[in-house]
Design a protein around this ligand. Structure first.
Ligand code: PMP
Length: 434
């Protein structure tokens, strides 16, 4: 990867909100981490943990489709039911660090800690990671860059912080770098490091199979955005829960893979590939920032459920990296086939009344209805009468009351027959409204 200009020395303190900068390590949590890494001969009178012998659960055997059962015998079950360290359990964390290195080969993996060496933590779904990253980096009045329409969960986390969301235009290949350049042109990059500068310090984007647009950003666009991040010294939050649902190989290089400075915070999720209810996500990024996220975890959830972490870690170790990627291939085959069914039904029913671009990842089709200014009323009031439900596009806009002619259709749960019937009903609805 080639980037012009010298390697910047990142001043991470400059990115922190007052709330995040004020966080201090919990002494009790530090002891828990220490205990986790100590030999079994250690006698600890330190922790305030309950005695798992008093818990009603003894062991668990979990059947795995087409594979070896997961056995949580009594000692393992005791661990599963106990408090654990705030970074995540070591075996899951190290497995995921290895995967992250093999998939993205992040330059930061070889940095020194001060230079923002790659670090990771487990979060309760990537949503927890995002909320904590935003609280760490975004203060009231800050300018934040993002490409809307975007994930409503991101808007729900960012908007209460009182920041000014700057919408960078995007198309079906994601954020448009020329527009980002134009927006940033109002500032002098030399001002970026000055206290009180209004230059955005954070850019948020969903690079693959965007929710709701299904858009995936090209490698060239990512490189241009990264170049701008270097020039104006902002951080990139790469929220990539659909990374593993890319329909074509090779998978697109990520922002993390090009991070020569240590300015990318990446959120990954197992929700779409292993289970959404287990709530397992990951934050990967420069150590000084991931450490701050972990301080917040210490003060809130303390850690992601030990039980679910152990269950997932056992599964991953039984499978090995090859088995994991083989499982992902099966999941991708399913979603690709669902996507294809949805596209055929869209061709069959919606050709004259709507427009769309085939998504290359994820689980959503973003459909523009012709001759309809705003889909809110149509969906909320009339669609139910026709017994078809989609999400009106406006909910993904920064200002949800702005008129929006789009709807989001998910191809994850319905059968091809249901999708076909839903689009027949939608076509009727649009024709009546036109
Ligand atoms: N980011 C995006 C773009 C999403 O679509 C979602 C889930 N819908 C999340 C984050 C949160 O996912 P989870 O917390 O289940 O990992």
């Amino acid at each position: 990867m080639f980037f012009r200009g010298p390697i910047r020395s990142m001043n991470y303190a400059r990115f922190l909100t007052a709330v995040s900068a004020a966080r201090r390590p919990s002494p009790i949590r530090i002891l828990t981490e220490l205990q986790q890494r100590s030999p079994p001969s250690l006698i600890s009178l330190a922790g305030g943990a309950p005695n798992p012998n008093t818990f009603p659960f003894q062991s668990a055997t979990i059947k795995v489709k087409g594979g070896e059962a997961l056995v949580l015998d009594e000692p393992l079950m005791k661990r599963a039911l106990q408090y654990s360290g705030s970074y995540g359990i070591p075996e899951l964390l190290s497995w995921m660090k290895d995967l992250q290195k093999s998939l993205h080969n992040p330059p930061t993996a070889g940095f020194s800690p001060e230079r923002g060496q790659m670090e990771m933590c487990v979060t309760t779904g990537s949503q927890e990671g995002l909320c904590k990253i935003f609280e760490m980096l975004v203060s009231s009045g800050d300018n934040v860059l993002l490409d809307a329409p975007t994930y409503s969960g991101t808007l729900a986390a960012l908007q209460p912080l009182g920041c000014n969301l700057i919408n960078v235009p995007s198309d079906h290949h994601g954020m448009i770098p020329a527009d980002l350049r134009k927006i940033l042109g109002q500032w002098d990059p030399a001002e970026a490091q000055k206290p009180g500068s209004s230059i955005p310090r954070v850019l948020y984007t969903i690079p693959n199979g965007g929710n709701p647009t299904g858009a995936s950003m090209t490698h060239e666009r990512k490189q241009e955005v990264y170049e701008l991040a270097r020039k104006y010294d902002f951080l990139i939050i790469e929220d990539d829960p659909y990374y593993f649902l890319q329909f074509q190989k090779p998978w697109a290089p990520t922002f993390l893979s090009m991070d020569v400075d240590g300015r990318v915070l990446r959120t990954d999720s197992f929700s779409k590939i292993l289970s959404s209810g287990l709530r397992i996500g990951f934050v990967t990024g420069p150590k000084p920032l991931v450490e701050r996220v972990v301080l917040h975890i210490q003060a809130s959830t303390m850690h992601t459920s030990t039980f679910t972490q152990l269950m997932v870690s056992q599964l991953l170790h039984n499978w090995g990296p090859g088995g994991f990627l083989k499982h992902i291939d099966g999941v991708i085959d399913f979603y690709r086939s669902q996507r294809n069914s949805m596209l055929s039904s869209a061709d069959k029913w919606l050709k004259d009344v709507a427009e769309w671009h085939p998504p290359m990842a994820g689980m959503f089709l973003w459909i523009k209805l012709k001759g309809i200014k705003d889909t809110q009323q149509l969906i909320m009031e009339r669609a139910l009468e026709k017994e078809v439900l989609l999400v009106p596009g406006g909910v993904f806009n920064i200002n949800s009351s702005d008129p929006c002619p789009y709807v989001r259709a998910a191809f994850s749960l319905s059968t091809p027959q249901q999708i076909d019937e839903a689009f027949r009903r939608l076509a009727d609805l649009i024709k009546e409204a036109m």
